[in-house]
Ligand binder design. Sequence first.
Ligand code: HEM
Length: 453
Amino acid sequence: MSVIHPSGAAITAEPTDLVPAEPAAPPSPAGSGCPLRLHGSTPGRSITAEGHLLRQYGDAPAVELPGGVRARVVVSHRLAQSLSADSEGVSRDANLHWPGFADGTRQVEGVIAAWTATASRNALNSYGENHRRLRAPIAAALTKRRVEAMTPDIEAIVEEALDHLAGGPDVADLVPGFALRIPHQVIVRLLGMPADLMAPFYAAAAGLFDTSATAEEMAASMERVALVLEQLVALRRASPADDLVSDLIRAADEADDPLTDAELRDQLMLVIIAGTETTVHAIGNLLVHLLTHPAQRDLVVRGEVPLEDALEESLRLQPPAASVPLRFAVRDLTDAESGESFHQGEEILILLSAAGTDPAVHDQPDVFDVRRPTARRHLAFGHGEHFCPGAVLARREIAIAAARFLNHFPSARLATAPEELTLTESFISNGHQAIPVQLRGRRRDEVSGRGGE
Ligand code: HEM
């Protein structure tokens, strides 16, 4: 599966390559060559395992990313948190803070080009006052109140997805058959898409989530979605309703420096993209963890451990976005505690999956444990000024989806050995390419009388 970015490009990570040039190479001091390359996650080796490998080289080793971009990959929870919180010293805006990017003297290709192409234009890739201006309407539209109001819709969408599964064969792939259907439809309801725009939106949006699409096809889908979004903004300007687009327009108009319609469209596009694949993987990852740990699933089903605890533990262990490229040092920085220094303009990639499995924070970090006392100390939704504004909505979607799935299919089990599940080959998107599940019939541990892990 690939990650899709607001730029319109599909990002398919190359097969991995996390290769120490010298087996025992010391951490690379800033400014020197890169001893390591990170091109994706190797089939059979998770991005978490790659994080552990990188950790041997320090808190922020220098790594070569696809396209030859050199970045400091942050693998320590503490340093990741501290850099994310430094909204003045660390920026996501390549136009402003990546030397050579804006004037084109730096050639950037592939995955990193796709992730930096929207610099200064949407909330994710902007800095300072511009970031606050672009983000404020999104945050104002994604309130707890809206999530509460949408909950009956989310429940109905999940029930519909379960009916779809129940009406199909006994063995189903939970990715297209269940997980993907939920955020996709939630976004449509969230946006308040009217009936006459629904068909063109679905047709265009389906292209956005077609992971086999070429970069050109993806760009064309992006344009078609943008056209529908422009129509939607025009419609809601003329007749506001109780939906995210109307809220966004209202908040954008009330700002001191109101957002243009093109800016509104770009923020909507960001919401659609940021809110979809991440949530698909979050639902899939949680279900895989519970299906492969039947004793822990039973604790959750019996209500001895809240489902929300299992959800946080799953986000910690396998954050759906292993990283969200890219950040840049605005000036020379030194982290007093670790001694790590970053020079002005230096590229920084915060590896959220490594932060979640940092042994300095979590005992036995690779173990899935719904009773883990530190489960909530993760950065799966980021930290600081760019913290995910969709976190409340996402948590609600994932919790409803997982709880109702477990209730509906109490004997569901993986239809393949856990080690045969294929992970996304990416250091960005972190989930399963397919999750084949036997929906009905007795569980293996019930048949053998074992309730083990
Ligand atoms: C489990 C699901 C999700 C995960 C794991 C996730 C994770 C993230 C992460 C890691 C960031 C970047 C934070 C940073 O750089 O510090 C982010 C930003 C963002 N997310 Fe989410 N997200 C999820 C769901 C959603 C949903 C449902 C929406 C909206 C409907 C959404 C909208 C956004 C937006 C607009 C941003 C940019 C915020 C900014 O830069 O100020 N996300 N998300």
